[in-house]
Design a protein around this ligand. Structure first.
Ligand code: GKR
Ligand code: MG
Length: 425
């Protein structure tokens, strides 16, 4: 099998004004769609977070990968490693590395091609399904009123239920509970995560206590302030949430600070910020910085790397969950295959998809049932991309003027003078 062409398409999907420690989501979330076309006419798809730097790196990589065999991943990775430049994840909640994302986009698209040529779903190429359905968690955000950029493909945003509720502001515990109720009613999620770090800590603790009151003790709850708290703040806050949280995600910055909080608070800590690459694993072992590591095939370097991480978690007694950023259906399909193939990924996965639902580029978007997605059984990722929708999302990318994610600039439009602080409270 041979890769004969690589098509790289930046797209912009409508995204509501969601708040986080770094500021405010822009009206569009940027993604890059990668299509590997094989000489025998098959297409393999990948999706990663969008930025001009990542698009340029993909263009560079593409020149070297045309002509290679998608089954020869070791050769493909060696080629990518020879091109990669040193990268840094940065201080923001999301991972800003370039080359690890390039590797992921290419690897996922290769798996889609391999699955299509073998007539088997990707999950089978990853060792087979450890579970038939991948469960996801409700992912709540403090937000301003509004639904983000121009609406999607036929979803009636004035309708009742979640698609009306997701336009509402949620700035206090009541707003967060109402958002949770609408999201859980629509998708059937069985656990809930709140994106914190947006307001002073007590307001976020109060929201978690209100969620506990509204949903009862059988609904696992998570809070993620994206490392913006000091150690003393995280300990004081965590003490109020003992017995309430399933896990406490990145309350503070860095492995040593995480370890200090872990020693003082009786809640498992989780991370997608202090242990995010294989180079971080020795530090994780030395410091015991977290109990749970969030996998993410986009920034751990693809499916195989994520399964290597799963093995690490198994050996070193870490739980494994899954991280997300704003995304479309190609990523959701990849997340579902990965979640199904890692036996020790026992926590419900994160997904921003409810915020993008209705704007997707798939012919038939994957559907949540009782909070879970059935692992596609068709060959490859088991999805079909709608090329007209892809073209329209690309037009939006060209029209919207955004070339990278910068939540601080967006926030400054709502609150002039606002500045990101890596530790705020
Ligand atoms: O979408 O604003 C967001 C989140 O803050 C995201 O960027 C984070 O990477 O969801 C992520 C997390 O768990 O930290
Ligand atoms: Mg997180």
């Amino acid at each position: 099998m041979q890769i004969s062409e690589i098509r790289i398409t930046p797209v912009a999907a409508p995204d509501p004004p969601l708040l986080n420690a770094a500021g405010l989501h822009a009206p569009y979330a940027l993604r890059i769609i990668v299509e590997l076309v094989s000489a025998d006419g098959l297409s393999g798809w990948g999706e990663i977070p969008g930025s001009e730097a990542t698009r340029a790196a993909l263009e560079t990589a593409a020149k070297h990968l045309v002509g290679m065999d998608p089954w020869q991943l070791n050769a493909i990775f060696t080629t990518l490693e020879s091109l990669a430049k040193p990268d840094d994840r940065g201080a923001a909640p999301w991972d800003q590395r370039t080359w690890v994302h390039v590797r992921s986009a290419i690897e996922v698209a290769c798996y889609d091609l391999m699955g299509k040529s073998a007539g088997r779903p990707v999950v089978d190429l990853l060792g087979g399904a450890a579970r038939e359905r991948a469960p996801f968690a409700a992912y709540l955000f403090y937000k301003y009123e509004g639904a983000g950029g121009e609406f999607g493909f036929g979803r009636d945003e004035s309708a009742e239920g979640w698609f009306a509720a997701r336009q509402l502001a949620a700035l206090d515990p009541d707003g967060i509970v109402a958002q949770a109720q609408a999201m859980v009613a629509q998708y059937g999620f069985k656990s809930i995560k709140l994106k914190g770090g947006a307001f002073e800590p007590q307001r976020e603790v109060d929201a978690m206590l209100a969620l506990r009151e509204a949903f009862g003790p059988d609904m696992p709850l998570r809070l993620d302030p994206n490392a913006i708290w000091r150690v003393d703040t995280a300990i004081a806050t965590g003490k109020q949430l003992e017995g309430v949280l399933e896990y406490f995600e990145d309350p503070v910055r860095g492995q040593e600070n995480m370890a200090a909080v872990a020693r003082a608070v009786d809640i498992p800590l989780a991370t997608n910020m202090c242990t995010t690459s294989f180079a971080d694993l020795p530090g994780s072992v030395a410091h015991q910085s977290e109990a749970i590591i969030l996998s993410d095939h986009h920034f751990w370097g693809g499916f195989r790397a994520s399964l290597d991480l799963a093995r690490f978690c198994d050996v070193f007694g870490r739980g494994m969950s899954m991280h997300s950023n704003s995304h479309l259906g190609i990523s959701l399909a990849a997340m579902t295959h990965l979640a199904a193939s890692a036996p020790n990924l026992t926590y419900d996965c994160d997904s921003h998809y409810p915020w993008q639902d209705g704007h997707d580029l798939l012919v038939t978007p994957l559907a949540f049932e009782d909070g879970a997605i059935a692992v596609p059984s068709e060959p490859g990722l088991g999805i079909e991309v709608d090329r007209a929708k892809l073209a329209r999302l690309h037009e939006r990318y060209l029209a919207c003027g955004l070339t990278e994610r910068n939540d601080e600039i967006e926030m400054q439009q709502a609150q002039p003078g606002w500045a990101f602080q890596s530790t705020r409270w």
